[in-house]
Ligand binder design. Structure first.
Ligand code: ZN
Ligand code: ZN
Ligand code: FE
Length: 755
């Protein structure tokens, strides 16, 4: 007599399709001698298993522990049902008519198994640049529609050869249902082109590419989410030439390093940084430079970190195996335009930058830049959340109608909020050129399509001139809702930390449109998902010429000095370099000036007047370099003052500027002034948060806004607030800069609809 047979029905939700989940279940069922089936459903995967009670329990336990690396299980439900006495375990084919509202995997760096095969001369995919399996390869960037099946990806134009098809059909094979499965016989191929797009005859385009790079040429190389521009990091001249042609004067360039061993000779790596470099996302990590790194100076001038990443496609690995330690691998575009993805497009747009093109015929449907992360205060933080992370959702603690939030202007991302999942888009970029705007519109369409969602509300930033705002207002078929920029920063941080109750928000930012029509940016807000009050803010100052002042911090400095010294300019060395008269006139007559409470501009002003960067080549450059030269924080701060007028609580700027000027005149170094300034802000913010607590009784503090990418400030203030008894919440899943804004906007929209 056999043991009692039990049958259990198990529903698994999360990222469980297109990640090798069904073969995993199949093999597991075989291991425990269970009968039944596994099938994809509209919400995930359904399993029925039959066998002894002990085996069923073991099976479920192992599903939770050993699920494939790319899967994310959000929920497992099971119930016992009547046994059917099946005699085998099968994978049921997907029903094409079922609408698949499941989660789509991000693009994944090559796995260890594929890497081994890639360099195995006996393997049929030896040195084949498109090797992949169910655990690795392209996903999000090649999906045109759902369900995630080959005919709906850019692999549809490649018909699998019998060998590949056999792997694809075999549940025990590690390429079972790997949609991009391919080999040299049937799959995509690389080709080399000159600057005009003319294809070059070459039996080995990758080795030729390596030769060209070694001779100092600039190559555009097609990757996973777009083209990179590559040069040899050992060649100072080539790096300078790339900067010149790309119009990127000083902003650090990312580098791809051959392997972890070499990465450790270039940067000082902490354990967390090593782990994330090698993770399946393979982001760019901003890590401290080593002294003798051997990388050309012009790769990251004036910066104490490199942006490094490891090779993540088979093509990268093959290229690096030609004895490169590191290559510059920067997004292929002109500064601030979106990354190029199409062959025709790239020849046209980059013909003046690249000498040659190494491209291939697997189309990229959706561009996705490399993600950028940094280790701050014991955690990895997102600076740019894109390839490898998108479209994995951020889980939030509420459910409701679908919402589309369109983000801000710079570092734009959009967010589609569906049930408890916030799908943030890849990094779209700065919406100030047509390419970026078109990419923005395309991404909106794409997300709505692959997640089968029609939003019931569109949320936008209050700034009337943002292109995202203008687009939202043109959508007449869906209701729209405008939200304040810094309120959205606050709720973005609340959402990813699953907070519900009102918080004190320390929102330190560059620019955001205020409810009074002026530019805000140094805000202490008290609020939640439904409302906020502006508890305190920096003393309003004038920005002469608006954006022109942002690009030339010395102008901001002149304005802040005029205000602090009753219309006079103290005799400071930095003023000698500039024609200050027009600026003085502008500020005195308040002509073409914007009023701002920005924290970013305060940094600019103090940095410039102390002798730091006078004009910048990339966003926040003056503040970043000021932070890098600043001394440690065990130093005397400047005087801080908080004043109250007409019920407004003001964090005074004038006393800070006066103290800074006194230090400069006393001959203090920029390093010391920098240290004192950072310490001053920490004292000021702590003081204001304590006052806010006295008024509100709130102990939960969220930190958000672009200024908190400043590690001296960020890592300095957290322990102080904690020691004062506050609960401090920060960003880790989405950027603290405007890249995370759309998450907060979407959550504000949800609560607005619910009201
Ligand atoms: Zn693989
Ligand atoms: Zn094949
Ligand atoms: Fe912002």
């Amino acid at each position: 007599m056999t043991k009692t047979v039990k049958r259990e029905k198990i529903s698994v939700n999360g990222i469980v399709q297109g990640v090798g989940f069904r073969p995993f279940i199949h093999n597991l069922a075989k291991k425990y001698h269970l009968a039944g089936f596994v099938a994809n459903t509209s919400t995930g995967v359904e399993i029925e298993i039959e066998g002894s009670k002990g085996s069923l329990n073991q099976f479920i336990k192992e599903v939770k522990i050993n699920a494939p690396p790319l899967s994310v299980i959000t929920d497992i439900q099971s119930e016992f049902i009547k046994p059917l006495l099946d005699d085998d375990f099968i994978i049921k084919p997907s029903d094409a008519r079922v609408s698949v509202a499941t989660l789509i995997s991000p693009d994944v760096a090559i796995c260890e198994d594929c890497y081994r095969e890639l360099f195995d001369p006996q393997d049929r995919r030896y040195l084949y640049p498109f090797i992949n399996c169910t655990n690795c390869g392209p996903r999000y960037t090649i999906i045109e529609n759902i369900p995630y099946d080959r005919p709906y990806t850019s692999m549809k134009s490649f018909v699998m050869c019998p060998d590949c098809q056999a792997e694809y059909d075999d549940p025990s094979n590690r390429r079972f249902h790997a949609q991009p499965n391919a080999c040299p016989v049937c799959g995509p191929q690389v080709s080399l082109h000159d600057a005009t797009g003319q294809k070059l005859d070459s039996s080995d385009p990758v080795s030729k590419t390596a030769d060209l790079l070694k001779s100092g040429k600039i190559l555009a190389i097609k990757g996973l989410g777009g083209f990179h521009l590559a040069v040899d990091t050992a060649n100072e001249e080539a790096v300078m030439e790339l900067r010149k042609r790309k119009g990127r004067e000083e902003k650090p360039l990312a580098i791809m390093v051959k392997d972890m061993k070499i990465a450790k000779t270039i940067c000082n790596l902490m354990k967390d940084e090593e782990q994330i470099l090698a993770s399946f996302q393979h982001p760019i990590v901003l890590a401290y430079k080593k002294r003798d790194h051997g990388i050309a100076h012009s790769v990251a001038p004036g910066n104490d970190r490199f942006g490094i990443m490891l090779p993540y496609t088979p093509l990268h690995h093959i290229l690096m195996s030609f004895d490169f330690h590191a290559l510059v691998m920067t997004s292929a575009n002109y500064s601030e335009e979106p990354i190029c993805i199409e062959n025709e497009e790239v020849f046209e747009r980059l013909g003046n930058i690249a000498d040659y093109f190494l491209t291939h015929n697997r189309d990229i449907y959706l561009r996705s830049d490399d993600s950028v992360v940094i280790h701050l205060n014991r955690e990895m933080r997102q600076i740019r959340r894109s390839r490898g992370y998108v479209p994995k959702p951020v889980f939030v603690s509420s459910k409701g109608a679908p919402i589309l939030a369109v983000g801000g202007e710079l570092k734009n991302t959009i967010c589609l909020l569906k049930d408890d999942k916030a799908f943030l888009s890849q990094h779209i970029g700065d919406l100030e050129n047509l390419e970026a705007y078109n990419f923005f519109k395309m991404t909106v369409n794409h997300l709505e399509r692959i997640f089968e969602t029609k939003p019931e509300l569109i949320v936008y930033d209050l700034h009337p001139s943002y292109l995202s705002t203008q687009w939202a207002k043109e959508q007449t078929d869906v209701p729209t809702f405008g939200v304040q920029h810094h309120h959205a920063h606050l709720t973005a941080c609340m959402a990813e930390n699953k907070l519900e109750n009102p918080v004190i928000g320390l929102i330190m930012d560059g620019t955001g449109y205020g409810t009074d029509g002026t530019i805000w940016g140094g805000e202490v807000l008290v609020g939640d998902f439904s409302e906020f009050t502006r508890y305190a803010y920096f003393e309003p100052m004038l920005l002469p010429g608006g954006d022109a002042a942002i690009k030339a911090p010395w102008r901001t400095a002149v304005s802040y000095l005029l205000k602090s010294f009753d219309g006079e300019l103290p005799d400071l060395p930095f003023l000698e370099q500039h024609n200050v008269e027009p600026i003085v006139e502008m500020v005195t007559k308040q002509f073409n000036c914007q009023s701002t409470t920005s924290c970013g501009r305060l940094f600019d002003a103090v940095a410039a007047m102390s002798g730091g960067k006078q004009e910048i080549h990339y966003e926040a450059q003056a503040a970043i370099e000021f932070m890098q030269v600043a001394s440690q924080l065990d130093i005397n701060p400047f005087d801080v003052e908080i004043s109250t007028s007409n019920e407004n609580i003001i964090m005074c700027v004038v006393p800070i500027i006066r103290s800074v000027v006194k230090s400069i005149l006393d001959g203090e170094s920029i390093s010391k002034i920098g240290g004192r300034f950072h310490k001053t802000l920490i004292d000021l913010f702590t003081k204001i948060v304590k006052e806010a607590y006295q008024t509100t009784g709130i102990r939960d503090v969220v930190l958000s806004g672009g200024v908190f990418q400043n590690h001296l400030l960020f890592e300095g203030i957290i322990p102080v607030l904690l020691s004062e008894g506050f609960n401090v919440y920060t960003h880790s899943q989405v950027p603290t800069n405007d890249g995370g804004l759309s998450l907060g906007q979407a959550m504000l929209g949800r609560h607005y609809l619910q009201k």
